[in-house]
Write a protein that binds this ligand. Structure first.
Ligand code: NAP
Length: 296
């Protein structure tokens, strides 16, 4: 008998991509798939394809055991409630265990454990991973490194002004990974035959770049010169504040710079190819495919 698979956060970009891949490329029958979301009305198209859609809200722990009933393998997509999602995600792990789920896949962050972590929300992921480890269930943790798609946020502005202000230590290497490679790795992790897995995968591309190297690559492929200016974190923060950048975005940017500077994303792995059988997308391919959006 085939296993029942569930993807939480199925209206989100990652969850939706995983569901599409499972149906369209991984050969999963709609009847073996359950899509979880806070708002099932947004997934009418999946219902029409024969996928079961269930309400799943980690903020309503009392509903989770029934939401996960009958599920064999569960992909928990970390939520976007950065800094306030740990309790809900811990509740999801607990409910999965009591509902009889046999294996959990979780989308985590790079190197999330450790005291005084430079990434302010690392504790959300470390705490969720620990809940999964403590559950005794088989798991496949996917530590997704920075999405290449994050460049859609800052890079168009940098290309326009020609200057990239950063607080990252010069020369620090970072690996960026395609969102689609993260989704494909998650679909593979959910479906490849399970044993008593206790696996952690670093989901990365095959390359690392310093900010200077990203700037040079962007200049070459997108045709606009960029110079990198390194500022102390407090100076960068006050300049961004003066420019009207929201506090949360400033905190996020500085925290990611500090995490990069600590070398926590400086190593590549072959996990994407191991899981998916495909080479991960390069940053050059991302820039080339998205030239219009990045230079608009
Ligand atoms: N590595 C990186 O660079 C990077 C960048 C951005 C984000 N992330 C992380 O990766 C995750 C997936 O990325 P994405 O691109 O799919 O983000 P997204 O499109 O913003 O999706 C956010 C997800 O959070 C879910 N969610 C929010 N509150 C929830 C709750 N109370 N209970 C259950 N699910 C809840 C949403 O599900 P429904 O609305 O369907 O309920 C949705 O799937 C993000 O949530 C974040 O943790 C990583």
């Amino acid at each position: 008998m085939s296993e029942k698979l569930m993807v939480t956060g199925a209206t989100g970009k990652l969850g939706r991509s995983v569901v599409n891949l499972l149906l369209d490329e991984f050969g999963i029958a709609p009847t073996d798939l359950v899509a979880g979301t806070r708002d099932p009305s947004k997934l009418a198209d999946l219902s029409a394809r024969g996928v079961t859609v269930r309400a799943v809200d980690f903020g309503k722990p009392e509903t989770l055991a029934s939401a996960f009933a009958g599920i064999d393998r569960l992909l928990i997509v970390s939520t976007d409630a950065i800094g306030s999602r740990l309790a809900g995600q811990q509740a999801a792990v607990k409910a999965a265990k009591s509902a009889g789920v046999k294996g959990i896949v979780y989308t985590s962050a790079p190197n999330p454990h450790g005291d005084n972590h430079p990434l302010f929300f690392a504790g959300d992921h470390a705490g969720t991973e620990t809940a999964i480890f403590d559950s005794g269930l088989p798991y496949r943790i996917l530590r997704n490194h920075w999405y290449q798609e994050n460049f859609f946020m800052g890079l168009p502005g940098i290309l326009k002004q020609g200057t990239w202000y950063t607080s990252e230590k010069p020369g620090t290497k970072v690996t960026y990974v395609a969102h689609d490679d993260c989704a494909r790795a998650a679909a593979a992790a959910l479906t490849r035959p399970w044993t008593n897995d206790k696996s952690i995968y670093d989901i990365t591309s095959e390359e690392t770049f310093s900010t200077e190297e990203v700037a040079r690559l962007a200049t070459k492929l997108l045709g606009k010169p960029i110079s990198v200016v390194t500022l102390p974190p407090d100076v960068l923060a006050s300049n961004l504040k003066a420019a009207g950048v929201p506090e949360f975005v400033i905190t996020l940017m500085l925290s990611m710079d500090a995490t990069n500077s600590a070398g926590l994303l400086s190593k590549t792995s072959d996990a994407v190819e191991e899981l998916t059988g495909r080479k991960p997308r390069s940053l050059a391919a991302f820039f080339e495919a998205n030239r219009a959006a990045l230079t608009a």
